[in-house]
Design a protein around this ligand. Structure first.
Ligand SMILES: NC(=O)c1ccc[n+]([C@@H]2O[C@H](COP(=O)([O-])OP(=O)(O)OC[C@H]3O[C@@H](n4cnc5c(N)ncnc54)[C@H](OP(=O)(O)O)[C@@H]3O)[C@@H](O)[C@H]2O)c1
Length: 328
């Protein structure tokens, strides 16, 4: 698979694997050996960039915890130097609410736990999962700079960061990337692109398929388990199927033209827009891991991506989890 640079040093596969769904937010966790096999198979398909977080923890049917970092760590044993592991600190879940804490002592506690669960002595990319209103960006950056000096972390980023946070954090400890929600249905962070270009920072796109909707694989009649977050997402809501019908038919037309699938077009579109964008779609199914990886081979020019933008600008669509398509 094509490689992309995030910041000045970190190089990753153009499409990374979002591992969250193996144990968090999409219903019951995948059985451990099956998840490990899938992540390992993804590496064989060309993915080298694996995204996880301290707080991606689910409950197995027997009541035990499924720690996402452990799955990733086990899957990359023996190939550690050929992969890039991204994990995150600073968030814990209380039900579905996120509680933030990026105090220096908390970051130090978190990094030791992540290293242990991952079974490694360094983290390629360490993110602040959400900004913390009680801890200045400079203080977070200073703490991570210490971890980099100690060799525990190679590069860092911030998730759901705005321009002010990016500038202040980057001035203390250069960022490799930001990781924000981004898809054809969630484009409000495009306003950050000029800032990233000015500072030489990459952009990792989470939920790049709008949690699966942009694949076109879901029907209005689909239902989700109570512990599957999709059941409460507006893009899967009662009226969403109809609201997104035009978008899906547009995607199907493009897919037919390019002999690709709607999911591949969704990912290829953002790859074509900027050389520093790296989507991290998540799937627990081997065929979809393969399909999503194939997006890196779909030839879409910057001009074609721009004409897709033009069409999206005026297309009605439902709200998406985390925001509305019209939000700036
Ligand atoms: N920084 C943050 O705050 C944050 C927040 C959310 C997510 N993330 C990261 O971003 C990664 C991806 O985000 P996400 O899971 O929210 O959204 P996503 O990648 O847009 O969508 C994942 C969902 O789409 C389905 N899917 C994936 N590929 C498909 C395909 N080709 N055809 C049909 N369905 C497909 C998956 O189901 P199956 O498993 O059944 O295929 C899964 O339910 C996560 O794994 C996580 O690492 C980060």
């Amino acid at each position: 698979m094509e490689r992309r640079k995030l910041g000045s040093r970190l190089e990753v596969s153009a499409i990374g694997l979002g591992c969250m769904g193996f144990s968090h937010a999409y219903g019951a966790p995948t059985e451990r050996s099956e998840a490990v096999r899938a992540i390992r198979a993804a590496h064989d398909m060309g993915y080298t960039f694996f995204d996880t977080a301290e707080c991606y923890v689910g409950q197995n049917p027997d009541g035990s915890a499924s720690f996402n970092e452990e799955l990733v760590g086990e899957a990359v044993r023996g190939i550690r130097e050929h992969v890039q592991i991204a994990t995150k600190f600073g968030v814990r879940h209380e039900g579905r609410q996120l509680v933030v804490n990026s105090r220096p002592e908390e970051i130090r506690r978190a990094v030791e736990g992540s290293l242990k669960r991952l079974g490694t002595d360094y983290i390629d990319l360490y993110y602040q999962h959400r900004t913390d209103p009680d801890v200045p960006a400079e203080e977070v950056a200073g703490t991570v700079a210490d971890l980099i000096r100690e060799g525990k972390v190679l590069a860092w980023g911030i998730s759901e960061a705005d321009e002010d946070t990016v500038r202040r954090a980057h001035a203390v400890c250069p960022l490799a990337c930001v990781q924000n929600r981004y898809s054809m249905m969630a484009r409000w962070h495009e306003s950050l692109f000029p800032v990233l270009e000015e500072l030489g920072i990459g952009f990792v796109a989470f939920s790049p398929l709008a949690n699966g909707v942009l694949s076109g694989a879901y029907k209005a009649s689909d239902t989700f388990a109570a512990d599957d977050y999709r059941g409460a997402m507006p893009q899967y809501g009662a009226d969403a199927h109809e609201a997104n019908a035009r978008l899906l038919s547009f995607l199907n037309e493009l897919a037919a033209e390019k002999e690709a699938t709607p999911a591949q077009i969704s990912l290829a579109w953002m790859l074509a827009k900027k050389p520093y964008i790296v989507p991290i779609p998540g799937s627990r199914k081997l065929s979809r891991l393969e399909e999503n990886a194939g997006a890196a081979d779909v030839a879409l020019s910057a001009a074609e991506a721009a004409s897709i933008d033009f069409a999206l600008d005026t297309m009605g669509m439902s709200a998406v989890f985390g925001g509305s398509p019209r939000k700036e």
